[in-house]
Design a protein around this ligand. Sequence first.
Ligand code: ADP
Ligand code: ADP
Length: 226
Amino acid sequence: MASLELSGINKTYDNGFVAVRDFNLAIQDKEFVVFVGPSGCGKSTTLRMIAGLESISAGELYIGDEKMNDVPSADRDIAMVFQSYALYPHMTVYDNIAFGLHLRKVPKAEIRKKVFEVSRILELEELLERKPKALSGGQKQRVAMGRAIVREPKVFLMDEPLSNLDAKLRVQMRAEIAKLHKRLQATFIYVTHDQTEAMTLGDRIVVMKDGVIMQADTPENLYNSP
Ligand code: ADP
Ligand code: ADP
């Protein structure tokens, strides 16, 4: 069963601009799908519609059997990581990771257990008492991922998560993200304008241009296509 299905999705912004047009895609459970294409082609808009951060103008979004169009973002079994990290600057790494669980009224002891488990996976154990300003870019991005995975979402969305990092760190984090996908057994949807990143990470790559899907295939098939 497809874990996520976008059927005839359109996005028209308030100013009349059509950012996404007739977007059709079925994403399998545990698949790693990458949206790639030039800046402005509608990747973020599509991801934000899946996350519930942007309304869907037309079409249908399903997760499992459930239509999600009108389900509030917080009630979708989805977590998202942004390029900008969006960490809370006044909170420690621990509190940043724990925050969403506090909101959900998860018991304190359970929160501790989960935060420590996530910090082990992402190698943040030594940094739990630090504030974001005392972290490197790569460390901040790992905290942002920690905050997302601690909720154990079925679907994990990432919008250009590595764009703010230098080239060397980008390659290193790429490998970490691939490892994370194997470990979490979750569906990943990953947005990038970097073709190499797309080709190395994706089980399937969705190539977008001007709000439309141009191609959607495995890296091997895309590589071998004319
Ligand atoms: P990408 O993620 O591929 O860079 P986006 O999804 O961010 O592209 O943007 C797609 C298009 O929609 C761009 O042309 C952008 O300028 C436009 N856009 C984004 N947000 C808005 C908005 N709130 N109102 C009008 N147009 C927007
Ligand atoms: P405000 O609610 O005043 O916008 P927040 O501190 O809640 O400020 O959010 C700051 C930024 O972090 C915003 O861009 C918001 O979209 C983002 N943000 C808020 N909560 C989360 C979260 N759980 N995961 C990722 N980003 C978040």
